[in-house]
Design a protein around this ligand. Structure first.
Ligand code: ADP
Ligand code: ZN
Length: 723
């Protein structure tokens, strides 16, 4: 049956291959075995139930909490001629009855339902006489009180499910925290073997953190080259949203605000305008984004600091669902941290602890000088094995930005020593800048030799230096934020070591060269003029059908059209996202434009070879090479030496190799483990119990006795063995 699924993937949806865990999950569902699918946003969860739905004889029910998403899904399916309807409280009575009739007549393959609609006696009565083959719970994290969007009605899903004894159950979510995943599994009584968890890394998002200095201009710099792109700008307060939206409008941008202070109607209008490409930018408080599925959001700007890593991850996740390169910029300032601290201090003791922990994690991420994906992924219990992602500011930073800061560092460090390592950065800076504030005077710090020796720099610069010194381990933070001297600082003070770093991390613009380096050939080379024409056509067709433009074709398809210049409808079919139905419906309209354009400019069609699809240019061969060498008998340590990388990197490559449906030599993995047989069995049992995809729960279950390096080896062993 998986062959049939592949055929649908190609012919209906126009995609070449399954992604991530799609194939495994679909195989499971087609076997009528329950499944929990956890994939990041944009990973492609919908196909995991939509394709089985098209294969099953009976109907597939999809429970979804967000009315706007339901409509969106149905509209998209309609463009593929897949019979789908929804029932929820937003429908007018006539439309509702019309849909009911279709359902009862057996004309519907996919039925989307709000949980409260499903619970209604009337609905249950109607469904009783119908064959339901699949029961899908979308946004399944709503089941969990630990999730960010708990819905009490969702608790009853396990019960309602009994109405459909023949149906297989599939639960989907993009929530990455292990606790929520556990909850879903328990609520629905799923076994470990039924979980399909994909990596949470969103490879196409470029992550950049800059120091916030002159935010309006920093934002305008960033937007300057992005006039035609869709993006979201997140702010802390409603007022900030209104001010910024006004500013951008004055600057000629197509922009709307979104926050809870606007009426529900205005919010809906602005959101719709954004989704339908009538407006390019939304400036929003964190309230914006749930229930939008727009795939071509090209950037997300955090104008203010997000609350914690989880919300940051969720918000940047709204960019680049279409897998094209997208930018995520965060403006980071010390005073924003204070704002968040202020709110944290208002919480109860217990909540305060948790929130402080979250803030620390966030700061760790923001201040990191290593690849951003490491702290980000590790927050979600995932190990990021590659040394460099090549898609974050830290990975592509150039040495030219680095300055010699030794002199100021010496002043700062000696001031820390002279004030006896009892004070925090703010106070040290006050001394250096010769402040007359009470705390300085009370402590007689105006008598220190370092008093007032730092007027060449602003307070802000000194604070930045203090953070850099912490990051580079010259000082550490002690109790109550007081700074302590670490050993390496002594070498700086006696002049035997220099301090280098970048204080000015304020530039928001991403150079053309940087963009080119981090995009695929097609993204770099497509014809933008033609793309604009195609986009206008798409908008026309979308308005005619009253659907969002991406329901016609995603940007990726138009970009491929503007790169390959296909001259006939049949040649269109080789492109991303063009299946037979859409080819017939829209092919002529687009090919017409392409032909006129190419004739006018004397451009020839490019032949499409499979490898050239819009795809990351990252090498994919390395893990194959390593996997094969390993299976040929080379040990992990030898491979690490040979490739000049850490063993953990080899393990990551092997995992990738395994994920792509290859086998791994089990004895080679055992060889790499230093555990006793007994310990090894304990670890394997723990993987069985907790699921093999996250290390953290297993690490905890074993009382933190067995290190991550060992766990990683056995994780691979477990996965390879249970393939
Ligand atoms: P999610 O629900 O996980 O956020 P979606 O199901 O909306 O993601 O999928 C995101 C986009 O990726 C959609 O445009 C979808 O059509 C596309 N997509 C899904 N699976 C594949 C695949 N195997 N190959 C190419 N594109 C895919
Ligand atoms: Zn990186």
């Amino acid at each position: 049956m998986i062959q049939e699924a592949k055929k649908i993937l190609r012919e209906t949806f126009g995609y070449d291959e399954f992604r991530l865990q799609q194939e495994a999950a679909i195989t499971q569902v087609l076997d009528k075995k329950d499944a929990m699918v956890i994939m990041p946003t944009g990973g492609g969860k919908s196909l995991c139930y939509q394709i089985p739905a098209m294969i099953f004889d009976g109907m597939t029910i999809v429970v979804s909490p967000l009315i706007s998403l339901m409509k969106d899904q149905v509209e998209q399916l309609r463009e593929y001629d897949i019979p789908a309807v929804y029932l929820n409280s937003s429908l007018q009575p006539e439309a509702y009855e019309y849909n009911v009739k279709k359902i009862v007549n057996g004309d519907v393959k996919l039925l989307y339902l709000a949980p409260e609609t499903l619970m209604m006696e009337r609905t249950r009565e109607m469904l009783k006489d119908l064959t339901v083959d699949c029961f899908t719970i979308d946004e399944a994290h709503c089941i969990s009180e630990w999730g960010h969007d708990f819905r009490p009605e969702y608790r009853q899903m396990a019960e309602v499910r009994k109405d459909f004894p023949e149906a297989v159950c599939i639960a989907l979510t993009a929530t990455a925290t292990p606790r929520v995943q556990e909850d879903i599994k328990n609520s629905l009584n799923l076994e470990d073997s039924e979980a399909f968890i994909s990596s949470f890394d969103r490879e196409n998002l470029f992550l950049k953190v800059v120091d916030k200095k002159d935010p309006e201009n920093q934002l305008l710099d960033f937007l300057y080259t992005r006039k035609n792109q869709s993006g979201i700008i997140y702010c802390f307060s409603r007022r900030q949203v209104d001010d910024l939206a006004y500013l951008l409008e004055q600057e000629g941008y197509s922009v709307k605000p979104y926050h809870a202070g606007l009426g529900a109607r205005d919010r809906a209008i602005n959101q719709r305008a954004f989704i339908r490409d009538d407006v390019r930018i939304i400036v929003a408080t964190i309230a914006f984004g749930m229930g939008i599925n727009k795939p071509n959001v090209r950037y997300v700007v955090h104008y203010d600091m997000p609350q914690n890593i989880e919300s940051y991850y969720q918000q940047i996740g709204r960019a680049g669902r279409d897998s094209l390169r997208s930018d995520c910029i965060l403006l980071f300032s010390y005073s924003d941290t204070q704002k968040i601290k202020y709110f944290i201090n208002k919480k109860s003791e217990n909540e305060k602890k948790v929130a402080e922990g979250h803030l620390d994690d966030l700061l760790k991420f923001l201040e990191s000088t290593e690849c951003r994906r490491k702290p980000l992924m590790s927050y979600f219990g995932e190990e990021y094995g590659d040394e460099k992602c090549g898609m974050c500011d830290n990975c592509i930073s150039v040495d030219a930005d680095v300055e010699d800061l030794t002199l100021q560092a010496q002043k700062f460090l000696s001031c820390v020593i002279r004030s006896e390592e009892k004070f925090g950065a703010n106070h040290i800076v006050d001394i250096l800048r010769g402040s007359k504030n009470q705390k300085v005077l009370e402590n007689d710090h105006d008598k220190l030799s370092t008093y007032g020796v730092g007027n060449e720099w602003s307070k802000d610069q000194w604070i930045q230096l203090s953070r850099l010194l912490i990051r580079q381990n010259f000082v550490s933070k002690g109790e109550f934020g007081s700074l302590k001297i670490e050993k390496p600082a002594l070498a700086v003070l006696d002049g035997s070591e220099n301090v280098f770093g970048t204080l000015d991390r304020t530039s928001t613009s991403i150079s053309g060269e940087e963009v080119t380096r981090t995009s695929s050939e097609i993204e770099n080379e497509y014809n933008e003029e033609l793309f604009e024409l195609l986009r206008q056509k798409r908008k026309e067709l979308a308005d005619e059908d009253d659907v969002p433009p991406y329901a016609i074709f995603p940007d990726t398809t138009l970009i491929e059209m503007a790169y390959y210049f296909p001259q006939s409808k049949d040649n269109l079919e080789a492109l991303y996202g063009v299946g037979s139905v859409k080819k017939e419906k829209f092919g002529d309209a687009f090919v017409g434009i392409i032909k006129t354009f190419t004739a006018k400019h004397g451009i020839e069609e490019r032949q499409k070879s499979l490898q050239k699809r819009v795809q990351k240019t990252k090498s994919t061969e390395k893990h194959d090479l390593i996997g094969e060498a390993f299976n040929d008998g080379q040990s992990i340590s030898l491979l690490a030496e040979e490739h000049g990388v850490k063993e953990v990197t080899i393990l990551t490559h092997l995992k990738k190799f395994l994920d792509e449906d290859n086998d791994l030599r089990l004895d080679g993995l055992l060889e790499a483990s230093g555990l006793s047989d007994r310990q090894r069995d304990q670890v394997l049992k723990a993987f069985k119990k907790k699921g093999p995809l996250m290390l953290r729960p297993v690490y905890d279950l074993l009382n933190k006795q067995i290190g991550y390096d060992e766990l990683r080896v056995l994780q691979l062993y477990y996965l390879a063995q249970n393939k």
